[in-house]
Ligand binder design. Structure first.
Ligand SMILES: C[S@@+](CC[C@H](N)C(=O)[O-])C[C@H]1O[C@@H](n2cnc3c(N)ncnc32)[C@H](O)[C@@H]1O
Length: 291
C-alpha cells in the first residue's frame, strides 16, 4: 500500500483531540506522532510520508488520548531538566511548572561543594534524579510514602544509574514524620518538595482525576495537610544556611509564606511565580540552630 502524508494525519488527530477537550491538541498530536515514528517532535518535518501501519498505530494512540489518557502514560515518559523518567499508572506525572523549582534548586547549589540534597514527596524520583544528573557531586536522598510510586522511582533510579548518573538514595517514609531520617538532622544543604497540595473537592482535569494517584494530588480540606508539617520537618533536616523550596497551589502563596515566616529558624522567605504569573513555589533559608 502507498505511503501516506504524516502531516495530514496530525491535522486530523489535532481535530479529534480538540473535539475531545484535550488542553493542547496540536502539541499532543505532534508528540504522539513523534512517539510512533520514533523521532524528536522537532524532526517531524523530516518524515513527510509513513506507511499505512504507522498511521493505524498512530490513530489508535490518538483514540486513547481522546479518552483523556495522559500523553505521558501513552508515551511512557516525562521530562525534567536534562533527563526523562518512566511514568505510568500509579505515579504522578511530573509537570512542566516544576522545572522552575529545579532551576531555583540548581542555582542554590552553585558554589556548594558536594551538597547534601533531600527530595521530599519524590513520586517518580524526577526532581532528585534531575538534580543528581546536573550535580554528580551531590548526595541525594528522596522520600516517598506510596509503594506504587516508589516502585517507579526505583526503576528510574536504576535507569539513571545505568546511564551514568550518581545513584540517589530512596526511602519509603512519610515526610511529616518527625523521626524520619534523623541521621540527616541539621546537615542538609537543600530541600526540594513537590507535595500533594490541591484542596479536596477542587475540580481537576479528567487526566488528573482518573490517572494521577489521589494521594499525589489532594492534601486535605485546605490542601495543606502535607505542607504544614513539612515546614517543621524541613527545619530539622536543614543545616544553618541551607535552603528549602516547596511547590504549592496557586492559591497558597500567602499562607505558605506565613508558615515559613512563622518559624523563627527561617529567613529570606520568598514567593516565586510560574510562567503564568501565579504563585507556584515558596523558598526559605534556615538561620538559627534552634527550632
Ligand atoms: C505532586 S506528587 C510529586 C512527585 C514528584 N516530586 C514530581 O514532582 O513529579 C507528590 C508525591 O508525594 C507523595 N506523598 C504524599 N504524601 C506524602 C507524605 N506524607 N510523605 C511522603 N510522600 C508523600 C505522593 O505519593 C506523590 O508521589
Amino acid at each position: 500500500m502507498s505511503r501516506q502524508p504524516l502531516r495530514l494525519a496530525i491535522i486530523e488527530a489535532a481535530e479529534v483531540l480538540t473535539e475531545a477537550g484535550v488542553a493542547s491538541p496540536r502539541a499532543d498530536a505532534e508528540m504522539l506522532a513523534a512517539h510512533v515514528v520514533g523521532v524528536p517532535r522537532t524532526r517531524l518535518p523530516m518524515v513527510p510520508l509513513v506507511d499505512p501501519l504507522t498511521i493505524e498505530t498512530y490513530r489508535r494512540l490518538v483514540v486513547q488520548r481522546a479518552r483523556r489518557v495522559p500523553l505521558q502514560h501513552i508515551t511512557g515518559w516525562a521530562a525534567m531538566g536534562a533527563i526523562t523518567v518512566e511514568v505510568g499508572p500509579g505515579v504522578f506525572i511530573p509537570r512542566p511548572e516544576t522545572e522552575l523549582l529545579l532551576a531555583w534548586a540548581l542555582a542554590q547549589l552553585e558554589g556548594v561543594h558536594s551538597p547534601l540534597v533531600l527530595d521530599l514527596c519524590a513520586g517518580s524520583g524526577v526532581l532528585g534524579l534531575a538534580l543528581a544528573n546536573a550535580r554528580p557531586d551531590a548526595t541525594v536522598h528522596a522520600v516517598e510514602s506510596d509503594v506504587a510510586a516508589l516502585a517507579w522511582a526505583r526503576r528510574n533510579v536504576e535507569a539513571r544509574h545505568a546511564a551514568g548518573d550518581s545513584p540517589i538514595r530512596l526511602h519509603h517514609g512519610d515526610v511529616t514524620d518527625r523521626g524520619l531520617l534523623a541521621q540527616l538532622g541539621g546537615q542538609v544543604d537543600l530541600i526540594v518538595a513537590n507535595p500533594p497540595y490541591v484542596p479536596a473537592d477542587t475540580a481537576v482535569a479528567t487526566e488528573v482525576a482518573e490517572h494521577d494517584p489521589v494521594g499525589a494530588v489532594f492534601a486535605g480540606a485546605d490542601g495543606l495537610d502535607v505542607i504544614r508539617p513539612l515546614v517543621r520537618t524541613a527545619a530539622e533536616w536543614l543545616k544553618v544556611g541551607g535552603s528549602v523550596g516547596v511547590e504549592h497551589d496557586d492559591t497558597h502563596g500567602e499562607v505558605v509564606a506565613e508558615l515559613f515566616a512563622g518559624r523563627r529558624v527561617f529567613t529570606d522567605v520568598t514567593g516565586h511565580p510560574d510562567l503564568a504569573g501565579r504563585p507556584r513555589f515558596t523558598t526559605a533559608r534556615r538561620v538559627s540552630a534552634t527550632h
